[in-house]
Design a protein around this ligand. Structure first.
Ligand code: DNO
Length: 347
């Protein structure tokens, strides 16, 4: 297991020197943020990330994300050009030693929560999702925003984009994903990169827009589109686990050879389609993360793992989900889980 930590580049309030002090930390997960989605990343920007990481004793081998432009997902007229740009990005990332690229095929919003700062009983703050609150949200009103979203749209553009998405059914989205994968996977193979699709978070439809990567059935369909070790998944335990119907350890078991990257985090279910993001340890949430890790280790897992969405604790202020302290506690816990599972497997 290679333990990694997400780093948002030089504007991230969490410094590389702090990340490096987390025990057993091997590298950062990052991306080029100064190029608009869909365009080709300058080699200098990729090189700068790698250099900054390496100067701090950290590897840079995982990119999260190379964003898939909305026109590709929608199958718009400009999709072929944008797919070619995507391929060029993979070639360039391969040159710089990138081994895994995480991406998603979610409409417009990436991940969604109804509250970015829900106070827990212990006084910490966390991300949460209340089904009823989300039903009352209107994404076209311009008043919503989340740290994971592309903020570059004007209100009018957003409204038009959502209208286009509303006319797209999930079968068309599947066929656009298939077109994308048929173009991109051979390039990834050549570049020595494993593509790792991130599940839809949460794994169900929102705002009447289709979402397709939601559980074992959809992973089965996704990996069968092109049968290559480069066509893999990000096992995001918290995203899949938000749906009670998903058995995350069973997903790890079935798709073990297609999991180059794991986001290991916990959620606590609070009702129908509702949850908050709990501290990482199994006892704090609804997911048994030891079970997931044991399954990965049994299959000889040698990929990248990172803690994900931490709470805000000890007075830290920062990007919701992406402070230092609670994610560092998550990393320490992940080290313990893997050490135990690996020793148990060996003896
Ligand atoms: C949230 C993240 C997602 C993820 C993208 C991958 O914190 O897990 O934003 O980076 O969906 O493309």
């Amino acid at each position: 297991m290679k333990l990694t930590f997400r780093w948002y580049g030089k504007n991230d309030p969490v410094s590389l020197s702090a990340i490096r002090q987390i025990p057993n930390m091997s590298g950062v997960v990052s991306a080029v943020y100064d190029t608009p989605p869909g365009e080709v990343w300058p080699r200098e920007s990729i090189a700068a990330l790698k250099q900054a990481a390496e100067q701090n004793g950290l590897a840079f081998e995982v990119v999260e994300s190379v964003p898939v432009h909305e026109e590709i997902k929608l199958g718009g007229a400009d999709a072929p050009r944008l797919i070619e740009n995507y391929c060029e990005n993979l070639r360039r990332l391969g040159e710089f030693g990138i081994r895994v690229v995480c991406y998603n095929f979610m409409p417009v919003f990436d991940w969604l929560r109804s509250d970015l700062s829900k106070e827990l009983e212990d006084g910490s703050n966390t991300l949460s999702y209340e089904y009823q609150d989300v039903l009352a949200m209107n994404p076209a009103s311009g008043s919503l925003s989340l740290p994971g979203w592309d903020e570059s749209y004007t209100m009018d553009e957003m409204r038009r984009l959502i209208e286009r998405w509303r006319t797209l059914d999930s079968e068309t989205l599947w066929s656009n994903l298939s077109e994308f994968l048929h173009a991109v996977i051979p390039v990834a193979e050549e570049a020595g990169i494993k593509m790792a699709i991130h599940p839809d978070d949460p794994p169900w439809g929102i705002f009447g827009l289709p979402r397709i990567i939601t559980g074992a059935d959809s992973i089965r369909r996704m990996v069968s589109i092109t049968d290559s070790p480069s066509n893999g998944i990000t096992l995001c335990t918290g995203s899949y686990g938000a749906n009670l119907a998903n058995d995350v350890a069973a997903i790890a078991e079935e798709f073990a050879d297609r999991i180059p990257f794991v986001h290991l985090r916990n959620v606590r279910h609070t009702g129908d389609h509702s949850f908050f993001e709990a501290p990482h340890p199994s006892r704090c949430g609804s997911l048994d993360l030891y079970d997931v890790v044991k399954t990965l280790v049994k299959h000889g897992f040698n990929g990248y793992v990172r803690p994900d969405h931490g709470r805000m604790i000890w007075g830290e202020q920062g990007k919701p989900g992406y402070g230092l302290f609670d994610r560092a506690l998550g990393a320490a816990y992940i080290n313990g889980l893997f050490e135990a599972a690996e020793k148990e497997e060996k003896y």
